[in-house]
Design a protein around this ligand. Sequence first.
Ligand SMILES: Nc1nc2c(ncn2[C@@H]2O[C@H](COP(=O)(O)OP(=O)(O)OP(=O)(O)O)[C@@H](O)[C@H]2O)c(=O)[nH]1
Ligand SMILES: [Mg+2]
Length: 326
Amino acid sequence: MRLKSFYGSSMTEAMQLVRKTLGDAAIIVATRDDEEQGGVRVTAAIDENTSTSSFSKNNDLSLNPDLMGSDSIEIIATALVENQISPALAEKILATATQLASEDPIVALGAALDTHFTYDPIDTSPQPLIFIGPPGAGKTLTTAKLAAQTTLSKKKTALISTDTQRAGGMAQLGAFARILKTDIMEIEDIHALQDAVSIQPSSTVVLIDTAGCNPFNASEKQELEALLKKTKAEPVLVLPADMDSAVALDMAKEFKKLGAKRLICTRLDITQRMGGLLKVAHGTGLPLSLFSATAKVTEAPLPFNPVSLARLILPKQDKKQGKVAV
Ligand SMILES: Nc1nc2c(ncn2[C@@H]2O[C@H](COP(=O)(O)OP(=O)(O)OP(=O)(O)O)[C@@H](O)[C@H]2O)c(=O)[nH]1
Ligand SMILES: [Mg+2]
């Protein structure tokens, strides 16, 4: 992976430089004010082996070339409506994008999305992660995808499941674990979870799958709360993009109270609309972490950043022809 920082007197200028130098596959790693020179510094990365192929081969998120050169604000405004982004939020995003006045919709929208949302991708560092969320959110598949990724990169991985009560809860992750030739620890009670995490060497990536939780059900919520208290793992909320946006926001607020620190979004390929997810991120302030747009376990979830989010929102070539783009 190549990392390079770019300076601009404004965010638009810095992002234009990133795109000109590194092209479409650039991933924004960080943006900050440059205290010495008074402008903005954007650090971007490019990885020809992984990031480029993830985006351009597996998930063709490139902007429809017919749209380049058209009025970028008009394109963004249309895309915000098509994505069912709430009018109040769309107005804020559009106002920022308009101020940035770039001819390139990805640059203008990316810079606006950088202002209005926070991003915190998971780098499967040794901090143990526990995936929580409502039933059917994609927690098990996300755990398996991340385990596939860490196993492939030869990192020692501990797979733990606390979903032992429900019929079939263990079977699903167990099947993934067998494919990955990884052991899976089945946790029967919360003390066992505490011990299972604490015995792991600090260099091991610890991924914990949980049973679906309805946070509006007091006893389910208490059960999850007790589980989270017993582990030092970071709770990561997994939510599907195709959920009703008002319900998703109410749920996310409850999971945030339980300690969720970041948001993973699944099933983007099914909904193709980002409105619900953005409502959740904006309404809770949870940083956007990873997104999944395929049920294939071998396709790792991709990191959210202002540019990947802008690409997800803006029209794709296939979408225009009425086909599914990812
Ligand atoms: N197309 C598509 N399907 C997905 C994606 N993520 C998850 N799924 C599917 O959604 C369904 C639910 O995923 P699971 O991982 O079992 O969800 P869960 O949160 O573990 O569900 P429970 O354990 O029952 O609470 C499965 O059929 C997955 O294959 C995605 O990004 N795209
Ligand atoms: Mg599950």
